[in-house]
Write a protein that binds this ligand. Structure first.
Ligand code: SF4
Ligand code: SF4
Length: 441
């Protein structure tokens, strides 16, 4: 018997207790200081209490190596099978232009093509996806730029897109800055809307200083009206707050605002926090960005001081929230990056991309659906084949089944190779998460 290479063992944040988790065996335990010491002793080659040793075997923390390899293979096959059954999310970008000039927008780097969306291109898109993803469960997400621009022509095109989605029996999500939502409600009500993602970066001035109209102009009040209009018309809203060091202190106020509006009690309302990160540029402003772990450490401290934040947003801390809410671990994550597996992106110029992180970058194009269908099969294969079994560093990493290798685009920006690592601070997140959700006082 050996100590499993999938054990994640550490101390809870601000506590004398330890935790041990194994995504392959499904074991997860909080250990008191004496038990934690026994694990350290075992790893140092010392004899430990026989009953405790037996317990470690029972829960799959001590394993027969051959048996563990067999189990790994079988769970990997289960993962691939279940991914093949998963829904595919198809992003469509009707334009990269936007009526906002957000301080951190990465799409400001792109020069939009001098081409416009037409109904012919929309038809070609639906033809391509109905052929390429025939027999797969799928849904559409309309993305930008800003898709809900208020011009009559844009309204006509979006209405046509929604009509075609209905005809293809596809549910739809929309990612919008929310400024023109009220003017689009009637059109949106014609579609099978799954959710509308809207961004607010704080209350009032905090938001307005980051997300303002091109040429200047506040946007907060109009977006709030748009969210109210959606909820009032039974359209689900996913409120996203993009966080960095400039607006993190506004999180308690944002949470209180959503609570006071009655949003957090509405079943149609959910939230997410997005970390403003260095996806494409921002070297010049990187001191205002949080690393993944420093963001969660700050949220952890804020929740201690302002527990009402949890009514607005519950941090996942890797798999901690899942474990707390389900009393069991999630399935092993052999791959965290859905690009070219359960996610694709398409734009109004007829190009095909792996996902939202690469869409619009000319050198990331994987082919075209218009004016004719072309596919760069070797590039597509490099995205399709990326998982923790294909990345050498991941294969011997004890975090692999919680991390899943991270984001292929971030990895590629770092190393030039999709099939490389984007390491997630799994152990540190679990130290916070076990302390936040599982530590009994
Ligand atoms: S490359 Fe990154 S952003 Fe794109 S699907 Fe993969 S994880 Fe998501
Ligand atoms: S990306 Fe890094 S942390 Fe994640 S599994 Fe691979 S080596 Fe481990």
């Amino acid at each position: 018997m050996v100590y499993s290479k999938h054990n994640i063992f550490s101390k809870l944040n601000g506590s004398d207790n330890f935790f041990i988790v194994n995504l392959l065996s499904g074991g997860a335990d909080i250990l008191n200081p004496a038990e934690g010491k026994m694990i350290h002793d075992y790893l140092d080659g010392k004899d430990i209490d026989r009953e405790f040793l037996w317990d470690l075997k029972e829960k799959g923390y001590l394993v027969d190596e051959k048996e563990e390899t067999k189990l790994y293979r079988s769970k990997y096959l289960d993962f691939i099978d279940s991914r093949d059954e998963d829904e595919v999310q198809l992003f469509f970008v009707p334009n990269y232009s936007c009526n906002f000039a957000c301080t951190y927008c990465y799409q400001d780097e792109y020069t939009p093509a001098k081409q416009e969306l037409t109904t012919e291109i929309i038809d070609a898109f639906f033809r391509y996806i109905s052929h390429e993803f025939a027999g797969r469960k799928k849904y559409l997400t309309v993305f930008g730029g800003e898709p809900l621009l208020i011009s009559p022509k844009q309204k006509e095109l979006i209405a046509y897109l929604l009509k075609q989605a209905n005809q293809s029996n596809l549910e739809l999500c929309l990612v919008t800055n929310g400024y023109s939502l009220t003017g689009y409600i009637d059109i949106l009500k014609t579609a099978r809307i799954r959710e509308i993602q809207v961004t607010l970066d704080g209350v009032g001035n905090v938001h307005d200083a980051r997300r303002f109209l091109k040429g200047g102009g506040d946007t907060f009040e109009k977006i709030v009206k748009g969210i109210d209009a959606c909820l009032g018309n039974q359209l689900s809203v996913n409120l996203r707050m993009v966080i960095d060091k400039e607006n993190i202190d506004g999180l308690p106020e944002m949470a209180q605002f959503a609570i006071d509006k009655g949003w957090t009690k509405n079943v149609l309302f959910k939230t997410q926090l997005g970390r403003n990160y260095e996806l494409h540029h921002c070297q010049a402003t990187s001191e205002k960005l949080f690393s993944r772990i420093s963001l969660y450490e700050t949220i952890y401290q804020q929740v201690k001081q302002h527990p009402h934040i949890l009514e607005f947003y519950k941090p996942a801390y890797s798999i901690s929230k899942f474990l707390f809410e389900n009393s069991s671990l999630p399935d092993p994550l052999f791959d965290a990056c859905p690009a070219c597996k359960t996610e694709w992106a398409f734009d109004y110029t007829g190009q095909i991309f792996s996902c939202t992180a690469t869409v619009g970058k000319a050198d990331e194009s994987l082919g075209t659906f218009y004016p004719k269908v072309t596919r760069k099969e070797d590039r597509i294969a490099s995205w399709e084949n990326r998982d923790v079994t294909a990345i050498a560093e991941c294969f011997n990493c004890s975090m692999q089944l919680a991390c899943g290798g991270g984001c292929g685009s971030v990895a590629k920006n770092r190393t030039g190779d999709v099939c490389s690592t984007d390491c997630r601070p799994v152990k540190e997140l679990l130290e916070l998460g076990f302390s936040a959700y599982m530590e009994k006082d």
